[in-house]
Design a protein around this ligand. Structure first.
Ligand code: NAG
Ligand code: NAG
Ligand code: NAG
Length: 351
């Protein structure tokens, strides 16, 4: 999810009721969904159907169930309300939360006004209510935003940067491992543990920035040729594409034969986009950088230019290629090429 420009009101709730002792580590599985997110895009004449990694939440005394997208790039939960104003009324799907019908809901009367770098926004109020994760873990009187006016036409977001951990002792360490895949059912997030069966070789440790979940690349290569990119990259499961500044995207698009985001659906699996980090290269085959549109034979590339002034984001097209273990306390991320398997070998964080 994209960077907030002005964050008018932001508080942490510290007066939570004590919750039961939670398991040392636990896993949440994803469902795959798609939405019509337009944010972050320089606008194209096409529908940007994005893949989202959805988890189910249950909220309130009347146990309202809905899906939200898991977002490593932000730190809050927000959910559209049933009467929200949003483009094409798409946010008024079944994935809304109605605070007025939950007797355990407290309105904090604190406005949320998030304006994002790309002129999109989410406006609403903060409130407290009991939130249950799909595995039964309860977040007591958890603070979240009910959104009633937004440019997003999508489900809500669960940001898993800091506050979810700070207000609730859901695990004894602020750490999780992310394993994404659009084609198989086994996408999951594992809190406070690492599944050693899900990657090749050893995890390589990278320093994470103190402000956001970002790492430094040393270069990016397209089909073996450097594009001269040495910059900070936010690892963001709330975005689908890899977003880089336009001058870099132009070089990549030229090599891949992209025309205004359209690309030939038949792409080679022996040519790669290579993201170089200290001590590790992540190779993503061209064939894995293509997104099929609703129309047969029409494809888009999963690499897009940022809006001027925005940071660089590595969304799902990158995250699917890796196993990523985040320790937000030591500010280290371990990454390695993902291995798609049902095997499991769950161990504690060692970094
Ligand atoms: C979380 O754990 C800390 C330290 O053990 C404790 O002081 C705090 O009250 C706990 N918070 C909740 C919400 O249980
Ligand atoms: C929604 O918010 C935008 C941006 O602040 C504002 O211009 C618009 O008037 C709002 N719409 C309604 C119905 O309140
Ligand atoms: C990334 O590089 C910049 C510029 O060299 C540096 O200031 C920053 O601390 C680095 N970030 C990390 C997480 O290493």
């Amino acid at each position: 999810m994209f960077q907030v420009l002005s964050f008018a009101y932001f508080i942490f709730v510290t007066t939570c009721t004590v919750i039961k002792r939670e398991p040392k580590s636990f896993k949440l599985d994803f469902k795959i969904g798609s939405s019509n997110l337009k944010r972050n895009y320089i606008s194209y004449d096409l529908q940007n159907t994005q893949t989202q990694y959805l988890i189910e939440l249950t909220v309130g005394a009347n146990l309202q169930k809905f899906r939200v997208a898991l977002d490593t790039g932000s730190s809050e939960l927000w959910i559209p309300t049933p009467n929200a104003i949003c483009p094409n009324n798409r946010c008024k799907s079944r994935d809304t939360f109605d605070p007025s019908t939950s007797t355990s809901f407290t309105n904090l009367n604190l406005p949320i006004k998030d304006y994002y770098v790309d002129n999109t926004y989410a406006i609403g109020t903060y409130g407290l209510d009991d939130v249950y994760l799909s595995n039964g873990v309860k977040l007591s009187q958890f603070q979240f935003g009910s959104i009633f006016n937004t440019t997003e036409d999508t489900v809500g977001y669960l940001g898993i940067d800091y506050p979810i951990y700070e207000t609730q002792n859901i695990t004894d360490k602020i750490a999780y491992s992310l394993y994404l895949n659009s084609e198989y059912a086994e996408s999951s997030i594992l809190f406070n543990a690492i599944d050693k069966a899900k990657y090749q070789g050893e995890l390589v440790l990278l320093d994470v920035d103190t402000d956001d979940v970002s790492v430094n690349t040393t270069d990016i290569l397209i089909d073996g040729v450097s594009i001269g990119f040495q910059d900070n990259l936010i690892l963001d499961s709330g975005s689908t594409d890899i977003f880089l500044q336009p001058q870099y995207v132009n070089q990549i698009w030229q090599v891949m034969g992209v025309n205004n985001k359209y690309i030939d659906c038949n792409q080679p699996s022996n040519k790669f986009l290579t993201l170089k980090f200290n001590d590790i290269d992540i190779n993503i085959p061209f064939s894995s950088l293509v997104r099929q549109s609703d129309k047969a034979g029409i494809c888009w590339v999963g690499i897009s230019p940022t809006i001027s002034g925005s940071k660089n984001y590595a969304g799902d097209f990158f995250l699917r290629a890796v196993y990523a273990a985040y320790n937000l306390e030591t500010r280290k991320i371990g990454i390695a090429p993902a291995l798609y398997t049902d095997a499991e070998n769950i161990v504690d964080f060692w970094f």
